[in-house]
Design a protein around this ligand. Sequence first.
Ligand SMILES: [Mg+2]
Length: 249
Amino acid sequence: MRPPPLDRQSALFLDVDGTLLEIALRPELVRVPAELPKLLDGLAQQRGGALALVSGRRIDEVDWLWRPWRGPAAGLHGAERRRADASDVPGGSPADRAAAAALDRSRPALRQFALHSPGVRLEDKGMALALHYREAPDREAAARDIAERWARQECDSLQLIAGKMIFELRPLHHSKGVAIAAFMAEPPFRGRRPVFLGDDTTDEDGFAEVNRRAGLSIRVGESGEPTAAGYRLPSVDATLAWLGAERAA
Ligand SMILES: [Mg+2]
């Protein structure tokens, strides 16, 4: 079902890859159309700054992609967060330290696996480890196998997310839903109705969170996978059109 028109008073939460940007063969190859940072700026201004990017990428990468736009953001599926007042939420809690230690234990095996699997790449994000097999789809089962093994071994502090051609180990206690809830407790998000757009498994926590708050949850893409999202938009282009972008031809 297509979502109703975007309410200018809402709090807007946006995933990046697969939602605002077409997914590229590798994360570093994505293209940000020139008009998009301006679109974010306009949407943020309409709602008193209540717009945050909520990505699986690190915040410094998000900033680089969207320069010169730099606003509230959650990175690494919520493990990093920058508030609307530009302050960073400090990491280093006991749960963060336990997850970092678990990632340290998992890293060598995943690195070895990638090294011996042509086309598979290990993206080391620090607080998350992502095995990408987009360039070696025949390695999916083997990649799943090793990622699941480490997720089981470190199940006290890590969880496995199976995304689009990616298996990612990340801290158990962070999620996009937790990040959205944290933003919603702070100005200028507080008191607004949340709207979240995402395209992948890792966005499902975010959909559940905005549903709990009677917000709008929108899954982008035509995967047909089951989703908690209340609405769907078929593509990145449809999403940008819904958000009000004037696309260059
Ligand atoms: Mg995405």
